[in-house]
Design a protein around this ligand. Structure first.
Ligand SMILES: C[S@@+](CC[C@H](N)C(=O)[O-])C[C@H]1O[C@@H](n2cnc3c(N)ncnc32)[C@H](O)[C@@H]1O
Length: 216
C-alpha cells in the first residue's frame, strides 16, 4: 500500500487534548519494558525526541529513579501537556523540557540514550530523525526507536483501527488511521538505517509496531 504522509505537528488544542487523555499504556509499557535490556547505568541521561504528552518519560523516570530525562517536542500545546504530566508526578528535578522542531537540535547536549516513539512517521524527511539521533548520542550510547508499521492494504488499516481505537474519540480514531497510512514498512526503515549508517537491531514487536534498538 502506498504511503500517505500526514501533517508534521498534531498540535491543535483538540488533537493534543484527545491524545493526552487517551490510554496508550499498552504501547508505552512495551516501549519502557524494552529499555531494561540495554543495561544503562544507574545515573543515565536519556532524551525522548517527539515526547508528546510525556507519558514515556514519566514512566521511565518512575522506573529508574536516578535517570535524568529530557523531553523534547516541537509542539507548544503538546509540551504544555508534558509539563503538566511531569509536574503532577513531581518529577521537575529530573525531567527537563526542551522545545525544538527537528532538525534543529542547537544547544542540546548529547545523552547516554536517545529514544523516540511514534515521531518518525510525522516527519516529511525521515533522515531528520536518524541525523538528530546521531548528533545527540554519546559514543557507545543507546538508541531505541519505535513506530507504527504501515499495513499492506486498507482492510488491514480498518481492522487495526477497529481493534485498537474503537473506544477512542473520533478525532483520535482518525489520527490513528492517518498514522497507519503514513507509517513506514520494515523494509523502508531498514533502508533508512542503512542510509544513515546506523547499525541497530530492527524487528516487529506487536501487530502494529516495529522497534529499532541497540548501540550503533
Ligand atoms: C504521535 S506523537 C508521539 C508522542 C509520544 N512520543 C508518544 O509516544 O505518545 C508525535 C509527536 O512528535 C512531535 N513532532 C512532530 N514533528 C516534530 C519535529 N520536527 N520536531 C520535534 N517534535 C516533532 C509532535 O508535536 C508530537 O508530539
Amino acid at each position: 500500500m502506498e504511503r500517505v504522509p500526514e501533517p508534521e505537528l498534531m498540535d491543535t488544542p483538540e488533537q493534543t487534548a484527545a491524545y493526552a487523555e487517551a490510554d496508550f499504556s499498552e504501547a508505552n509499557d512495551l516501549f519502557v519494558s524494552h529499555m531494561f535490556a540495554h543495561h544503562l547505568p544507574d545515573f543515565a541521561s536519556v532524551i525522548d525526541l517527539g515526547c508528546g504528552p510525556g507519558d514515556i518519560v514519566v514512566r521511565l523516570a518512575c522506573r529508574y529513579p536516578h535517570w535524568q530525562l529530557t523531553a523534547l517536542d516541537g509542539g507548544e500545546n503538546m509540551l504544555a501537556r508534558a509539563e503538566h504530566a511531569i509536574d503532577n508526578a513531581r518529577l521537575r528535578d529530573r525531567v527537563s523540557i526542551v522545545k525544538r522542531l527537528l532538525p534543529d537540535v542547537s544547544d542540546v547536549v548529547a545523552h547516554d540514550a536517545v529514544i523516540s516513539n511514534s515521531l518518525l512517521h510525522h516527519l516529511p524527511e525521515p533522515d531528520v530523525l536518524w541525523a538528530a539521533i546521531r548528533s545527540l548520542l554519546i559514543p557507545g550510547g543507546v538508541v531505541q526507536v519505535m513506530d507504527l508499521l504501515r499495513p499492506d492494504n486498507e482492510a488491514e488499516v480498518d481492522a487495526l483501527v477497529a481493534k485498537h481505537a474503537a473506544n477512542h474519540p473520533s478525532v483520535l480514531q482518525q489520527d490513528f488511521r492517518n498514522s497507519l497510512f503514513a507509517a513506514y514498512t520494515l523494509e523502508e526503515v531498514k533502508q533508512q538505517l542503512d542510509d544513515a549508517g546506523l547499525d541497530l537491531h530492527l524487528e516487529q514487536v506487536s501487530d502494529r509496531h516495529w522497534m529499532a534498538r541497540g548501540r550503533p
